[in-house]
Design a protein around this ligand. Sequence first.
Ligand SMILES: [Zn+2]
Length: 511
Amino acid sequence: MSIVAHRRVAIVRALVVGVALATAACSSTSTNYVPEPVREAPDLTYALTLESSPKLAVRFDVGVIGSSDGITEFALDEGFGGVKQAGSEFVRPEATDERGAPLQVERPAPYRFIVRHPPGARIALRYTLPETAPKTPFVDSGHFRPVLTSSLLHLIGDVALVAPRHLDSGTRRVIELTFAGFKDGGWSGATSFRPDLDAIRVRESIGAFRHGLIVAGDVDVDVGAVRGRPVAVAMQRGAFGFTADEFAARVRRIVELQRAYFRDDDAPYFLVSAIAIGAKSETSFSAGGTGLTQSFAAFLPPGAAFHVDTDEAKLIDGLLAHEMAHHWIGGRVAVKPPEAEHYWFTEGFTEFVARRVLADAGLLTRAQSIDELNATLLEYHVNPEKNAPAARIADAFWADPNVGDLPYQRGNLVAIVVDHAIRARTGGKNGVDDLLRELVRDAGEGQLVVDTDDLLLRISAWAGADVAARVRAVVVNGETVELDPTTYAPSLRYVPGDPPQFVDAEASPTP
Ligand SMILES: [Zn+2]
């Protein structure tokens, strides 16, 4: 169950001066989280070793019983989050049998390693990550690629931890992850499975395990409880204009809001990382993130701060709320491949939920929330790809920025349409929130995997068959989303046009 729930390029918008934002403090208590120990021998091991001489490098040793046909392929997820030539950072692939004798390794692509060995033998594949080049931010998904500098290691498992192809990725297995040389070198860190770099052995599918996060180096790790469960925040030290405490409090406030929204406190542990990517700019703010197993990674510009005189605090909150919502939309409720055909749901509904949760908590003011709504309407209406069908999104999501933006905009508006229809039908008693909570509830202890047809059936049940038919025409065929003029009436007044906009009816002067 490899989940790719990622935000492309989150927010690139000019900063607007003069907007105040109410900061929400959050009390947190420290907790020592140790996952339930798994005692069985591991089926798959990953050992990371930090080497400082002759040069800085991290060595990866992957151990497994090889395929019964004597040919074992290990692979990274080419195309994950738009990453091309995954694995091209890694050098010196070598393989050995259990006595340490060398085995032949072929590498037909940067992301494929093929080892020949006696059938069914225990084998180990080794590869090395040298210090990585400075990244060009948010271009060609550079922020998702492995990062190794003298003070930071940041790894998303899909493009850093190879998977043995002969073991299917969905079956739960015992997987071990160990670190050597990190503590001795003064490196701290955390993973998707515990808030330090101690060895872990978990029972997890290979897909979910590899869809996790490893962050180490000059990193402040702050662990606190949210609704009784530990949430770790790992922040690159000295990179931002806020302290680790301030950032962790902000993160935990948003985790708390999202858990309350989805009415789900089941996650035993959660990690949020923040590292600096890109360059500081006076005129724009570029940030991104990706939702991962029991975690999400946030990428912020150096010096990012919760400035109250600009929109920067709002943009950071928006990013955190979006990525946190992916724990449910895209995570617990995942979509079938091709994923991009379902981004109207996993990205668009996530945008909707992020705005609603922040607005309901007062982290977005009424004016900011109306501005966000109108910005979405405007961006959608000027998008030259606004009538692209689902198949085009699947083809060109990563290649064409307008196509890449479309499911965020279109799906957000579709969520508004569905929400309004449910409210109209139930006299305001229910909304799209209830449909989302129903999906999460149906995921039970595990994961619910849906496609557009499944989602349309739910929409039909909650909002009516006519609404489901309209949504299908939009998300499958690319027809233009039309909002009902009574959406948000009487609080907001709908002004038709291209784009249509909402004005605050309560703030409007009486004629
Ligand atoms: Zn997203």
